[in-house]
Design a protein around this ligand. Structure first.
Ligand code: ATP
Ligand code: MG
Length: 257
C-alpha cells in the first residue's frame, strides 16, 4: 500500500496546489511511483501538470459518482513516474450529487475512500490536492489519507485559520480515520526579510515547532511561472532556488511518512 498524503488548508491561495504538484513530481523524478489526485474543481493541479482540461474525458468526479472505475481515470503524465487523476469544474456539482445518490441508496457512503485505497496499492505515494474549504471533498480526502501536509503563508490571518483546521483534522481522526496524522506545516511564499514573516514564524514555533518543515519555500518568480508552462519546478528550473527547496521538503516528507 502506498502512502496517501493530502495537501490541505481551507484558506485559499496558500500554495497547496503548487506544493502538491512540485513535491509529487520531485519524488516521482527520484524514482518512486507517484499518483497525484486533483480533488479541486478549479483543476489547477491538472493544468499545472500540463494537461488540457477540455480534452479530458474521465476525472475524479466520474470516480466519485461511480460512473468510472478508478483505474480508468488514471492518466500517465509526460513526467517520469508521475500519474494523475484529473479534475475539472464538473467536480463542483459532486457534493450535491453524492448526497442525492446516497439518499437514494444508489451509492455506498465510502465509495471514493475504497477507490483511492485500492489504487494506492499500485503506487508508492498518492498525493491529493484539496480545495480551499473544509467541505465534503476535503473531508473525503482526509478520511482516506495517512497524513496531511498543511501549506501556509506567513500572514496574520493564516494563524487564525490554523486552529479551525487542526480541529477538523482532530474530528476526522477521531470519527473516520485513526491513521490520519499531520505530516508537517510547510511555509510557502516565504520572505525572511519581512518583520511580519518572522513574527508569524516565532508564533508558529511556540505551538507547532515539531510540525514545521525545516526548509521554507521562498517566493520566487520561477515557481509562479512554472504552471503556465505545464511543468513542475524540478523540470522548469531544476537548479533554481525553488527546485532545491522543494527537493529538500520532499526528502523530509519521505522521512516523516
Ligand atoms: N513559492 C512561490 N513563489 C511565488 N509564487 C507562488 C509560490 N507558491 C505559490 N505561488 C503562487 O501563488 C498562487 C497560489 O498558489 P496555489 O494555487 O498553489 O495555492 P492554493 O492554496 O492551491 O490555492 P487554492 O486555494 O485556490 O487552491 C499561484 O498563483 C501560485 O503560482
Ligand atoms: Mg489549489
Amino acid at each position: 500500500m502506498g502512502k496517501i498524503v493530502s495537501f490541505s488548508n481551507q484558506k485559499g491561495g496558500v500554495g497547496k496546489t503548487t506544493s502538491c504538484v512540485n513535491i509529487a513530481a520531485q519524488i516521482a523524478n527520484k524514482g518512486k511511483k507517484v499518483l497525484m489526485i486533483d480533488m479541486d474543481p478549479q483543476g489547477n493541479a491538472t493544468s499545472g501538470i500540463g494537461l488540457s482540461k477540455s480534452k479530458i474525458k474521465k476525472t475524479i468526479y466520474e470516480v466519485i459518482i461511480g460512473k468510472c472505475d478508478v483505474k480508468d481515470a488514471v492518466i500517465k503524465t509526460k513526467f517520469k513516474n508521475l500519474s494523475v487523476i484529473p479534475a475539472t469544474i464538473d467536480l463542483a456539482g459532486a457534493e450535491i450529487e453524492l448526497h442525492d445518490l446516497q439518499e437514494a441508496g444508489e451509492i455506498e457512503i465510502d465509495f471514493i475512500k475504497e477507490a483511492i485505497k485500492s489504487i494506492s496499492s499500485e503506487f508508492d505515494y498518492v498525493f491529493i490536492d484539496c480545495p480551499p474549504s473544509l467541505g465534503m471533498l476535503t473531508v473525503k480526502a482526509l478520511s482516506v489519507s495517512d497524513g496531511v501536509v498543511i501549506p501556509m503563508q506567513c500572514e496574520f490571518y493564516s494563524l487564525e485559520g490554523m486552529s479551525q483546521l487542526f480541529n477538523t483534522i482532530k474530528i476526522i481522526h477521531q470519527r473516520f480515520n485513526p491513521e490520519l496524522r499531520i505530516v508537517g506545516i510547510l511555509l510557502t511564499m516565504y520572505n525572511g526579510r519581512l518583520t511580519l514573516t518572522n513574527q508569524v514564524v516565532s508564533e508558529l514555533k511556540k505551538y507547532y515547532a515539531d510540525k514545521l518543515f525545516k526548509v521554507p519555500i521562498s517566493r520566487t518568480v520561477r515557481i509562479s511561472e512554472a504552471p503556465g508552462y505545464g511543468e513542475p519546478i524540478c523540470y522548469h528550473d531544476p537548479y533554481g532556488k525553488g527546485s532545491l527547496e522543494y527537493a529538500a521538503v520532499a526528502k523530509e516528507l519521505m522521512m516523516r511518512i
